[in-house]
Design a protein around this ligand. Structure first.
Ligand SMILES: *[C@@H]1O[C@H](CO)[C@@H](O)[C@H](O)[C@H]1NC(C)=O
Length: 190
């Protein structure tokens, strides 16, 4: 009995085998979402473990449009702090150019990673701070893998706008008197 090969099926299998040899490069619009806070390659730790800044993000430097990164330079006097904040859309590499600067972040199991090495990595979305722990002027560069990383300060975000008392009481285990006092402090930062 003659064996009939369906030409469509044959083309399909040829396509599959070619696709295996020459994988199609599918272009995606962004990096895949991280599935863990930290990915340590080769079993080694990748965590090297008054405030002024200038930044190049897409709104201040339109040439960054579609480029997928942005940069900030931060000048910190002794004791200066960049208050705890998060970049919902970017991981950050902090490169210390001058001074002794501590970079700390809290991962999603509430573990603090804080170091004052020359370089630090802050995974995307993690709350972090930068603090000059030396006696001299400090300068660092932050490289972020988004043209628009966003800068969210949790204290401003939660006490600036008026969230329901019930939500704030449950979130912070504080009474209304204390919440009212905090609203007074943060109302100018809305
Ligand atoms: C609210 O909480 C603060 C701080 O714990 C406490 O000092 C104060 O007495 C409390 N006020 C009321 C009305 O419970």
């Amino acid at each position: 009995m003659a064996f009939q090969i369906n030409p469509l099926l044959a083309a399909f299998f040829l396509f599959l085998s070619l696709a295996k040899i020459f994988p199609l490069n599918v272009v995606t619009a962004s990096d895949p979402d991280p599935v863990e806070d930290i990915c340590i390659p080769n079993g080694r730790s990748s965590l090297s473990q008054s405030f002024v800044f200038s930044q190049a993000i897409v709104s201040t430097f339109p040439g960054l449009n579609t480029m997928g990164f942005s940069v900030a330079r931060i000048y910190l006097g002794p004791g200066g702090v960049v208050r705890s904040h998060a970049h919902p859309r970017a991981s950050e590499l902090v490169d210390v150019e001058k001074g002794v600067i501590e970079v700390g972040f809290v991962d999603s199991s509430n573990k603090l990673f804080a170091h004052n090495l020359k370089e630090a990595v802050v995974p995307r979305g993690m709350l972090h701070y930068i603090m000059n722990v030396g006696a001299t002027q400090g300068v660092d560069l932050g490289f972020l893998n988004s043209q628009n990383p966003a800068f969210q300060i949790p204290s401003f975000a939660l006490f600036g706008p008026k969230l329901p008392y019930e939500v704030l009481e449950a979130s912070f285990i504080l009474n209304r008197t204390t919440i009212d006092a905090l609203h007074e402090i943060y109302k100018e930062f809305v």
